[in-house]
Ligand binder design. Structure first.
Ligand code: HEM
Length: 162
């Protein structure tokens, strides 16, 4: 396997496979709260880019639900990070933000969607990835839609999967 590109050394803690250790919590003012499981995979091929896939499932039925995939880049010589993301719902987004220690704080800079995307439309997304002191990874996602201001939609923790 390729050697890690030096541009990604500060994101090394994110690489590999992760699996929710307990079901994540989905909430939003306009929906019924739900529980989900999720698998994350972050890999590289030697380029200054991380490739990722996030696959979420209904916690009870195990039915596949939300999926995202994309790329992560860092601006050389800075702590500036960009996520380039495609979602199975027909949404694509650019999120940018900063790496502080082993925490990523991201805000959507661009959001676009297919012409027949379900309403309400997503207007803004913010998320935080944090490596916890016990080695677990935490992701928190908030979103704003046509009808709601920026409000938490997802919270989940993962452990390393082998
Ligand atoms: C609902 C967006 C990730 C499961 C929704 C809604 C939106 C949305 C706009 C409808 C809200 C409304 O009706 O007011 C997003 C975005 C995500 C994301 C932008 C990622 C950044 C996930 C993930 C899951 C999930 C990872 C895990 C299974 C659901 C469920 C509902 C929902 C079950 C309620 C039923 C439905 O409308 O399908 N989401 N979502 N979402 N989301 Fe997400």
């Amino acid at each position: 396997s390729a050697e890690l590109n030096p541009a990604l050394l500060s994101l090394k803690w994110l690489l590999g496979a992760w699996e929710s250790d307990e079901p994540g919590e989905g909430t939003f003012p306009s929906i019924k709260p739900f529980r989900y499981t999720e698998k994350l995979h972050f890999s590289h091929v030697g380029q200054p880019v991380i490739n990722f896939m996030f696959n979420a499932f209904n916690a009870e039925s195990n039915k596949p639900l939300h999926r995202e995939c994309g790329f992560i880049r860092m601006q050389p010589g800075t702590n500036r990070v960009a996520f380039i993301i495609a979602q199975n719902s027909g949404l694509v987004e650019i999120e940018e933000g900063e790496l502080t220690g082993q925490q990523l704080n991201l805000q959507s800079e661009q959001v676009a969607r297919i012409s027949f995307a379900k309403e309400p439309h997503v207007q803004q997304i913010s998320r935080v990835f944090k490596l916890l002191s016990d080695g677990r990874l935490e992701q928190t996602v908030s979103m704003a839609t046509d009808n709601q201001p920026l409000t938490q939609h997802l919270h989940i923790t993962y452990r390393r999967a082998s």
